[in-house]
Design a binder for this molecule. Structure first.
Ligand code: GTP
Ligand code: MG
Length: 144
């Protein structure tokens, strides 16, 4: 089991994915600070949206085996700096979230591109809300 830190924009779906992976009731709950839940470290979207909080991301990442960058398929804002992954010195993967809301292939491609440019080595695509395509990501996290 890997310990994973979730990083992504406000509202991209980090907490919802955590709830789904842990078979918790799905309910909206704004993340206010770093929260540990079993093998997942959840962070507030503010950490990545405000550059002055990058140090919080860096220090929190020290507790993680893998950093997971999450990008909503429906949010077209640029969130991750290019080669963001290089600051971690640990594996970095990406998750495109909210694929249930995707209407064009371009949306998916755009989200994947953001994650690749940020340095994600592998990309998963999921819908936490509808419970779509979660198996591959779950299996990845469960492997040592
Ligand atoms: N349609 C759809 N909505 C989703 C999905 N995942 C999350 N949402 C919705 O997006 C909103 C924000 O979800 P959160 O999981 O709280 O987002 P977050 O990344 O934890 O946000 P912060 O805690 O503010 O950083 C909620 O209203 C969720 O219901 C999804 O897969 N599909
Ligand atoms: Mg949250």
């Amino acid at each position: 089991m890997k310990r994973a830190m979730f990083v992504g924009a406000i509202g991209c779906g980090k907490t919802t994915l955590l709830q789904r992976l842990n078979r918790l009731t799905i309910h909206y709950n704004k993340t206010q600070s770093v929260e540990f839940f079993k093998n997942i470290i959840d962070t507030p979207g503010e950490f990545i949206e405000h550059r002055r909080m990058y140090t919080n991301i860096a220090t929190t990442a020290m507790d993680a085996d893998v950093v997971v960058l999450l990008q909503s398929a429906t949010d077209q804002r640029l969130i991750f700096p290019e080669a963001f992954s290089t600051m971690f010195g640990r594996p970095v993967v990406g998750v495109v979230t909210k694929i249930d809301l995707v209407t064009t292939l371009d949306q998916l491609k755009w989200a994947e591109k953001q994650l690749k440019e940020a340095g994600a080595q592998r990309i998963f695509e999921v819908s936490a809300l509808k419970g779509l395509q979660l198996d591959e990501f779950q299996a990845y996290l469960e492997k040592k």
